[in-house]
Design a protein around this ligand. Structure first.
Ligand code: AMP
Ligand code: ZN
Length: 665
């Protein structure tokens, strides 16, 4: 094992450990910055030594989309669904059937029924090789590429084991809120519940999009019957790094099981993830064979489902808000109603078709439900209680924010405002731009954004950085005392100098460019001046040639750059000294050019910047000029005499490009 192999293994293990702490234990031991530093070191190491790259390297989570969609996979052992029980008596009846079949000598194990999408994952020789959805139980879809992007999912397990595990892919409630908030600001339809978010994300054709969804995984089953009990099996999975819920409870009889179901029903709201019940299983695995299966369910397990909370309330009004891309999203304002612990006064109606389908009208009484504990849902209209004079809701003909005529694309259930300068779109765009995932301007909340736009202080995204010049105008805004203005301006200054180019790019909300795409573009151009200097058609060509950027995204960026309004905004960022530089790569220890320093000069076969990056990626140092301690002057054609004189004086050896390249062999 060379030093590089060793460091590579160390970094891989460390990154996996940090992922586990962050995404499974919820207690990270390093900051995001420290994590990124390790990841950058690993990337630089692999760049300098491509032979180190393996399929299970943490750098290899995100791949290119599969060419022709998801392949169907027939599995060896069928994945069953679960029977349901809704009452104590149904649980007692389930228990009695088991006692009748195998006697009294067994225990139950109860565990949370995680509300997500089921998954089967196969490891071969310690490497994760396949992940499939449940599908119809026997035939599932190969979603390996998407599942690989989930950071809690180990790409390898110890001891080169071969095994198949089953579990649930899910999303935290808070993460779903953030995803939905972002989607709403991008005028994309929001997810009605965590289950939809999980299964929708798994079935995206492009793994780069899945990678942007903060999915997690828990395993609750090992297909190979190596263990005597379910509890032992779970702790074994946990022991080899496969995340489990760690919330199982063994109950010796049905009455203690029922007590636990009640307790869990009261405490489950506190879990960060959604549960819709409890799965009850016979703990002894050998007994499961004796009990067997019906056509659809195991006889040794059932799911107790907690009742969803439903109430009726009245619709006060229906409004449509304009999002960042101009799409209008209708929502109903309700007479406030308590549901699962919060007061609900507004519900999204998602799109026009849905309103038509449910025929929701102002004045109607409707059934509301909180599916799970997170997002309120409108179930149906109580027609018997409809007042006499109601009319079907009429979609707006003009944008509620800027009053321009709205348009409806053929076949789409969405109305759009196509006015680029629409204040409504600008407000939504600014929420996205300043969001902590993007430019991260902490003190710029929704209310403030609305005020600065309405007051005409901000007319495009770049104007945010002109706010410090408008201190007086800020001070007269509502709820903006001296202190809050100072805080806001400090947050703006921090963003002006402290955000990477990729954050600026993703914050702009260029259609189709998400955080991953923005990262790739930023790596290529490093900062705004280079991107603006390039011709849009060249940018399109250059971007389309990059790994991870498709022709559509490349075109969208080019269109954006060619647009007068957007280009003016970008130029304004520069005139307002927004730095937004992409940080340089980390230097690797143990590289080919370790301990050497280079000053690069003259005309070379490649861009100087590319050679600088290469030197650093191989552990060398770059000196802007020859100074004491510079090892080499890498001289191309047409080298100035001052440089060679300096080299002679400072003791740097002059080498040509071929000699330099030979050092890298
Ligand atoms: P259902 O989809 O209602 O038929 O319920 C069966 C599904 O519950 C399984 O396919 C799993 O995806 C899911 N599930 C969630 N948590 C568990 C668990 N702890 N044990 C077994 N299945 C679970
Ligand atoms: Zn508008």
């Amino acid at each position: 094992m060379t030093v590089h192999d060793k460091r590579h293994a160390e970094l891989s293990t460390l990154l996996q450990k940090h992922n586990y702490e962050y995404y499974v234990l919820d207690s990270p031991s390093v900051t995001d910055g420290e994590y990124d530093t390790l990841m950058n070191e690993l990337k630089a190491l692999e760049k300098a030594h491509p032979q180190l790259v393996t399929a299970s390297s943490p750098t290899q989570r995100i791949g290119a989309p599969p060419k022709d969609g998801f392949k169907r996979v027939t599995r060896a052992v069928k994945m069953y669904s679960l029977d349901n029980a809704y009452t104590d008596d149904e649980v007692r009846a389930f228990a009695q059937r088991i006692v009748d079949a195998v006697g009294n000598d067994f225990s139950f194990v109860a565990e949370p029924k995680i509300d997500g999408a089921s998954i089967e994952v196969t490891y071969e020789n310690g490497q994760m090789v396949l992940a499939t959805t449940r599908g119809n139980g026997t035939v599932g879809e190969n979603v390996t590429l998407n599942v690989r992007t989930i950071r809690a999912m180990p790409l390898s397990i110890p001891e080169k084991r071969t095994l198949t595990v089953r579990g649930e892919i899910f999303i935290y409630g808070a993460d779903l809120d953030a995803v939905n908030e972002l989607r709403a600001s991008r005028s994309e339809p929001t997810f009605a519940n965590p289950r939809n978010a999980a299964s929708g994300s798994l079935r995206l054709i492009d793994p780069r999009l899945t990678a942007e969804r903060p999915l997690r995984v828990f395993f609750y089953d090992l297909v190979e019957p190596y263990f005597e009990s379910h509890s032992e099996m779970l702790s074994h999975l946990d022991g080899i790094g496969l995340p489990t819920h760690r919330a199982e409870k063994r109950c010796d009889d049905v009455e203690s099981l029922l007590t636990y179901i009640k307790e869990f029903g009261e405490s489950r709201q506190k879990l960060p993830y959604e549960t819709d019940g409890i799965v009850i299983k016979v703990d002894e695995i050998p007994l499961r064979d004796e009990l067997g299966f019906t056509a659809r369910f195991p006889r040794w397990a059932t799911a107790f489902k907690y009742p969803a909370e439903r109430r009726t309330t009245k619709i006060l009004s229906i409004t449509a808000d304009v999002g960042r891309t101009g799409a209008l999203t209708p929502a109903a304002n309700l007479e406030p109603v308590p549901l699962s612990g919060t007061i609900v006064s507004r519900v999204t109606l998602h799109n026009l078709d849905l309103i038509k389908e449910k025929d929701v009208r102002v004045g109607d009484t409707v059934w509301m439900q909180k599916a799970g504990e997170i997002i309120p849902q409108l179930l149906s209209v109580v027609l018997e209680e409809r007042p006499k004079e109601t009319k079907p809701w009429k979609p707006p003909t003009h944008c509620p924010a800027c009053e321009e005529k709205v348009v409806k694309a053929d076949g789409e259930a969405v109305l759009r405002c196509v006015n680029k300068e629409c204040v409504g779109r600008l407000k939504a765009g600014l929420r996205y731009f300043t969001h902590r995932n993007n430019m991260d301007i902490e003190n710029m909340g929704d209310a403030l954004i609305a005020q600065v736009v309405d007051a005409g202080l901000v007319k495009d995204m770049a104007d945010v950085f002109a706010l410090p010049e408008k201190r007086k105008a800020l001070l007269v805004l509502e709820r903006m005392g001296k202190k809050s203005v100072d805080k806001l301006l400090a947050a703006i200054e921090a963003a002006r100098v402290g955000r990477s180019f990729s954050r600026l790019l993703s914050g702009l909300g260029i259609p189709l460019v998400g955080t991953v795409g923005a990262g790739t573009i930023a790596e290529k151009y490093r900062a705004l001046p280079a991107l603006l200097a390039a011709k849009p058609e060249d940018v399109e060509k250059d971007l389309a040639a990059l790994d991870g950027i498709g022709p559509k995204m490349a075109k969208s960026v080019a269109d954006y750059l060619a647009d007068d309004f957007y280009r003016a905004t970008l130029e304004k960022f520069l005139s307002l000294s927004v730095i937004a530089k992409e940080p340089e790569k980390v230097v690797v220890a143990g590289g080919k050019l370790d301990g050497m320093s280079f000053c690069v000069t003259g005309t070379l076969s490649r861009k100087r910047g590319a050679i600088h990056t290469e030197i650093e990626a191989n552990g060398g140092e770059v000196h802007k000029s020859v100074k004491k301690g510079t090892t080499y002057l890498l001289a191309g054609d047409k080298v100035g005499k001052t440089k060679t004189d300096a080299a002679a004086k400072k003791g740097a050896k002059v080498i040509d490009e071929d000699t330099y390249l030979a050092m890298l062999e």
